[in-house]
Ligand binder design. Structure first.
Ligand code: APR
Length: 228
């Protein structure tokens, strides 16, 4: 089976009603990154940060996988599919994808501030954490999210996966944030790259096949193209 590696970003979940970051109306127009997505912001005003993620978690739990997520899951019947996502929602998994690497963490999980190996999963009827909610060792819980300035523990695994790709598909990311965006530099020379995005995306790699559509229609077009 051919191995297709799919790098997804916030645009993958846009058609599920989840805001992107840098489109007009995106999250970073409503919140300052340093206030809600950095360790310093958490130290400065932890309740603000916890509530920011409580809101995003609820929106993600309420959202449904779109036809793009579902199409990628269906492709597992004909290809080995590895999804490397920058997204923190679980829509790929809920669509049925079985091989998903979350580079920037997961909204459905929280962890101990003292022992990062203590990770807990939240559910729709227990979706919030607040100051005073503690791990079993008595330290404050925090979102299991990679904040700006923090290490990206899954990046080494993602680099290895990308190096074994027969095709690379990039969906719904502005390729603004590293090291995720740098993964394109790890594919073997000559491997076809497809990029699905309704807008222009600056990518320096040669020979990218742009599909200027949204995720749902773009994945459908990709599946047609791969048949030949
Ligand atoms: N289908 C596909 N792509 C879309 C759609 C859609 N329906 N709507 C918008 N897009 C595209 C936009 O054109 C843009 O290129 O999705 C991309 C979203 O880019 P960003 O908002 O920058 O999101 P992303 O690239 O995932 O951001 C990377 O930045 O803030 C951090 O940790 C956060 O993981 C995030 C990282």
């Amino acid at each position: 089976m051919k191995h297709i590696v799919v790098l997804t970003g916030a645009g993958m979940s846009a058609e599920s009603g989840i805001a992107t970051f840098r489109d007009s109306g995106g999250l970073w127009e409503q919140y300052a990154i340093e206030d809600v997505a950095t360790p310093e912001g958490f130290r400065r005003d932890p309740e603000l940060v916890l509530n920011f993620y409580n809101e995003r978690r609820k929106a993600a739990f309420d959202a449904k996988p779109n036809l793009g997520h579902i199409g990628l899951a269906e492709m597992e019947a004909d290809y080995k599919i590895s999804i490397i996502t920058q997204n923190v929602d679980d829509l790929h998994e809920r669509a049925g994808s079985t091989n998903v690497i979350h580079l920037h963490g997961e909204l459905s999980k929280v962890r101990s501030t003292m022992d990062p190996s203590l990770i807990y999963t939240l559910t729709t009827d227990n979706s919030e954490i607040h100051m005073g909610d503690k791990c079993e060792k008595g330290s404050q819980l925090r979102p299991h999210i990679v904040w700006f300035g923090e290490a990206v523990p899954m990046i080494e695994k993602a680099m290895k996966v990308v190096q074994t790709a027969d095709y690379l598909v990039v969906i719904g990311t502005s390729l603004n944030v590293y090291p995720a965006a740098g993964l394109l530099n790890y594919i073997e020379p000559g491997i076809p790259i497809f990029l699905i995005d309704p807008n222009e995306v600056k990518a320096t790699q040669k020979g990218i096949h742009f599909i200027h559509k949204g995720a749902s229609d773009g994945v459908a077009e990709l599946r047609e193209l791969l048949k030949f």
